[in-house]
Design a protein around this ligand. Structure first.
Ligand SMILES: O=C(O)C1=C[C@@H](OP(=O)(O)O)[C@@H](O)[C@H](O)C1
Ligand SMILES: C=C(OP(=O)(O)O)C(=O)O
Length: 453
């Protein structure tokens, strides 16, 4: 089956079990970065002319963005594994709703892009996405003059064609969300005047970097604390650009974490993006005593990339500062699993955004780890894991509810490689949203993971 015709996985469930495994060994390549993959399709579809993308993540979330770009009028063709050609330019209002499945990034960025392109569209998603807040994107878009219908700030959402174009605005981001920042920047392409965004806490900057690569002029200047202002003139057209997508540090995290906690392991994950706004997990793991080395460090397409080697390590608990949260926001579930195998407590703060991901990740992690015999306590925006609080460090033997959340699914499969008894997850199908080869890749380095009949 071609990647673009993979069936939606919304209704399939796959019980999957991970068992205590021997040492993990070998080298794997990180799948394409999900954030950069979405952006490469959207920006190519906005640019008039042909752009080529290599290394695209062919996960369900990104494929839905590809389908939406076609529905909006771009030609999007796959020529080989991860190789895509996009011809964009003129967008038109699609007849049917755009369906984004499980993907917050896809739906929020495309809302901004639709508004900026001066067309309309309706947006839908799966049961998880329908529960996630969209007001955070719609509010700044409305300030710019966008008219939109929503359901109490949630999907389905309908964006109407802005007959009179969009207004220039100054916006201060209410939370450290790259999705909101990106939606505003994409809408700003259709504004008559300058859009200025105040980003008090820095979050991933892939949209800014890629807009520049596609010929859009924008500037950044620091504010008087740790944030910055981004200024962009509206009405700019994108020129086509070739994009080579680096490997995803959020996906690489799983094999690296597994190597650190499965005794005698030695694993290399190749081609991992080291953008400093994405590497908080690796900094934290090193503070915990992890034996991590960045090998073959190089620059590719203006981004730093390395092969990360991880060897089994005796770890200690740490305090992870709230200020680090944006740079490792999707990595807390796997960090919590690693923390269960460290000596002492790991305290994670500044986690309020975890409540509104594919699941409430504070609750999913706490419930799952407690069911596996780990001492975990949480508050509104914090999580504390007491490592080594049982002997063995994790009993396991539980079936974990993944709540349509790929990161919960992958984190608990990693936990099952070390727990005393196997760990089963109720549904592995969502893993395909970000990392379709996850199970095969983990098996290739020695993990005992199998579908449970
Ligand atoms: O912009 C992006 O590509 C993303 C931003 C983050 O979400 P928020 O913007 O909600 O923090 C992150 O959790 C998500 O996986 C990808
Ligand atoms: C939060 C995530 O993705 P999204 O917001 O795109 O659904 C994620 O991949 O962990």
């Amino acid at each position: 089956m071609s990647a673009s015709s993979r069936k939606p996985s919304d209704t399939e469930t796959h019980r999957t079990v991970a068992r205590r495994s021997g040492p993990l060994n070998g080298a794997v390549t990180a799948p394409g970065d999900k954030s950069i993959s979405h952006r490469s399709l959207i920006l190519s579809a906005l640019a008039k002319g042909e752009s080529r993308i290599t290394g695209l993540l062919e996960g369900d979330d990104v494929l839905r963005t590809a389908t939406s770009m076609r529905a909006l009028g771009a030609s999007v063709e796959r020529s080989g594994a991860g190789e895509w050609t996009v011809s964009g330019g003129a967008w038109a209002t699609p007849e049917k709703s755009l369906y984004f499945g499980n993907s917050g990034t896809g739906v929020r960025l495309v809302m901004g892009a639709v508004a900026g392109a001066g067309v309309g569209a309706s947006f839908e998603g799966d049961i998880s996405l329908r529960g996630r807040p969209m007001g955070r994107v719609l509010e700044p878009l409305r300030l710019m003059g966008v008219e939109a219908d929503d359901h109490e700030g949630r999907l389905p959402v309908k964006i109407k064609t802005a007959e009179n174009g969009l207004r220039a605005v100054e916006v201060k981001l209410a939370s450290a969300s790259a999705q909101v920042k990106s939606a505003i920047l994409l809408a700003a392409l259709g504004a008559s005047g300058q859009v200025r965004i105040h980003e008090p806490i820095l979050c991933r900057d892939h949209t800014e970097r890629m807009l520049s690569a596609f010929g859009v002029e924008l500037s950044t200047e620091p504010d008087c604390e740790n944030g910055r202002y981004i200024t962009m003139a509206g009405g700019q057209a994108l020129s086509p650009c070739d994009v080579n997508v680096p490997g995803d540090p959020s996906s690489a995290a799983f094999a690296i974490a597994a190597a650190l906690i499965v005794p005698n392991s030695d694993v290399v994950v190749k081609g991992v993006l080291l953008n400093p706004l994405r590497t908080g997990l690796y900094q934290t793991l090193r503070e915990m005593g992890a034996d991590l080395t960045f090998e073959n460090q190089r620059e590719e397409n203006g981004e730093e990339v390395a092969d990360i080697r991880a060897r089994y390590s005796v770890l200690r608990g740490v305090e992870v500062p709230a200020s680090r949260a944006p740079s490792m926001i999707d990595e807390y579930p796997i960090l919590a699993v690693v923390a269960a195998f460290a000596h002492g407590e790991t305290m994670m703060t500044g986690l309020e955004e975890l409540r509104v991901k594919e699941s409430d990740r504070i609750a999913s992690v706490e419930t799952g780890l407690v069911a596996c015999g780990v001492d975990v306590v949480s508050g509104p925006d914090w999580l504390r894991v007491r490592g080594g609080s049982t002997t063995p460090a994790m009993i396991g033997g539980a079936t974990i509810k993944t709540h349509h959340d790929h990161r919960i699914a992958m984190s608990f499969l990693v936990a099952g490689l070390v727990s005393e008894q196997p760990i089963q997850i109720d549904d592995a199908s969502m893993i395909a949203t970000s990392f379709p080869d996850f199970i095969a890749q983990m098996i290739s380095i020695g993990a005992d993971i199998a579908q449970d009949k």
